[in-house]
Design a protein around this ligand. Structure first.
Ligand code: NAP
Length: 287
C-alpha cells in the first residue's frame, strides 16, 4: 500500500455487505500491475445513506464506483445519466465520473456475454433458455437480446417476473423473440431441444441448496447444450455436474464476475485489465 500518494485517485464499491467481495483484490492488483495511480476501496453503507454516499463520491471526485446489492436500482435516482442498456435492465452496477457527470452502466450482462465470447461460444442467432428472473437474469437476458440472440426463453418459479423480462425484450428489441414459461421440467425439455445455451441465474446450487438443481432428470439436457451457472461458489454446482455427466461444455460464474469487473476497469482507466491477472483469478477461485 506504499504506492498510495497525494495524487492517488479513488474508485470505490458501495453496498451491503461488501466484506467478501473479490472486487478490491481484482482492481487493486490491476492498478499495481499496470502502475496506475488509483486505489479501490469498499464501503459498507446503510440503506438510508445511498444518496449521501453518491454525493460523497462526487465531492471526493472519485473516478467511479461499483454499486452492489441491495442498491443497484435505488442508485439510479441519484445519477446524472443512465446508459441505454442499464435503463432497459433497470439497474446500475458501475458508475463513471466523467468530469463531474455521474453516468450509470450495467456491466453484469455484458460481463456474461464477454465470458461466452472468451470461450468462443456463439450465441448470436441462437436460442437461449434462462432459469430465473431476478436482477442477474434480467441483465443477462436483455444484454443477450441487445447483442442479437435469436430467441430467449425465461423459466421462473414466479411466472410474472419472467413475463416482465420477456415483455421488456419483445417491446424494446423486437428482432428477438422472448417468451416466459413456468419452471416445469416437461416444458423445459421441450424448449431445450433446439436451444444452444442454458443459463442458471437462480440461487439454487449455492449455500443450503448446494446439493440441489432445478433439473431433476438429466435427460432434460442434451450433449449439444452449453450450460452456464452464474454461481461461482461452489465452483461446480450440481447443475454443472449433471451437465458434465451428459457430456455438455460448461462454465461457472467466475468468468462473469471477472469480466463485469474488467469492463468497469476499462471504463475508469481506459486500460484492459491484465490478462495474466484474469487467468490467475479464474484458475485460483480461492482468493
Ligand atoms: P435475485 O434477484 O434474488 O433472484 C433470485 C432468483 O432465484 C429468482 O428468479 C428466484 O425465483 C429464484 N429462486 C430462488 N429460490 C428458488 C427456489 N427455491 N426455487 C426456484 N427458484 C428460486 O438474485 P440475483 O441477484 O439475480 O442473483 C442470483 C444468483 O446469481 C445468486 O446465486 C448470485 O450469487 C449469483 N450472481 C452471480 C454473479 C456473477 O458475477 N457471477 C452476479 C450476480 C449474481 P422467484 O422469482 O420465484 O423468487
Amino acid at each position: 500500500m506504499n504506492r498510495i500518494k497525494g495524487s492517488t485517485g479513488l474508485i470505490a464499491l458501495l453496498g451491503k455487505p461488501v466484506k467478501h467481495s473479490k472486487s478490491p483484490y481484482m482492481h487493486n492488483r490491476s492498478f499495481e500491475i499496470l502502475n496506475l495511480d488509483f486505489a479501490y476501496m469498499a464501503f459498507e453503507i446503510e440503506n438510508h445513506k445511498v444518496e449521501k454516499s453518491v454525493e460523497a463520491m462526487r465531492t471526493l471526485n472519485a473516478k467511479g464506483f461499483n454499486i452492489t446489492m441491495p442498491y443497484k436500482e435505488e442508485v439510479m435516482m441519484f445519477l446524472d445519466e443512465i446508459d441505454k442498456g442499464a435503463k432497459l435492465i433497470g439497474s446500475v452496477n458501475t458508475v463513471l465520473n466523467n468530469n463531474g457527470k455521474l453516468i450509470g452502466y450495467n456491466t453484469d450482462g455484458q460481463g456474461f456475454v464477454k465470458s461466452l465470447e472468451e470461450k468462443h461460444i456463439k450465441f448470436t442467432d441462437e436460442k437461449i433458455v434462462i432459469l430465473g428472473s431476478g436482477g442477474s437474469a434480467r441483465a443477462i437476458a436483455i444484454q443477450l437480446a441487445l447483442d442479437s440472440a435469436r430467441e430467449i426463453v425465461i423459466a421462473n418459479r414466479t411466472i410474472g417476473k419472467a413475463e416482465t423480462i420477456s415483455d421488456i425484450i419483445n417491446k424494446n428489441i423486437p428482432k428477438v423473440k422472448a417468451k416466459s414459461i413456468s419452471l416445469d421440467e416437461k416444458l423445459l425439455k421441450e424448449e431445450l431441444k433446439d436451444a444452444k445455451i442454458l443459463i442458471n441465474t437462480t440461487s439454487i446450487g449455492m449455500d443450503d441448496t448446494m446439493d440441489k438443481s432445478l433439473i431433476r432428470d438429466t435427460d432434460t439436457l442434451h450433449k449439444d447444450l452449453f450450460i452456464a451457472d452464474i454461481i461461482y461458489n461452489p465452483s461446480r454446482t450440481k447443475l454443472l455436474s449433471q451437465a458434465q455427466q451428459m457430456g455438455c461444455k460448461t462454465m461457472n460464474g467466475l468468468n462473469m464476475l471477472v469480466y463485469q469487473g474488467a469492463l468497469a476497469f476499462k471504463m475508469w482507466t481506459g486500460r484492459d485489465m491484465p490478462k495474466s491477472l484474469i487467468k490467475d483469478i479464474l484458475e485460483d477461485s480461492g482468493k
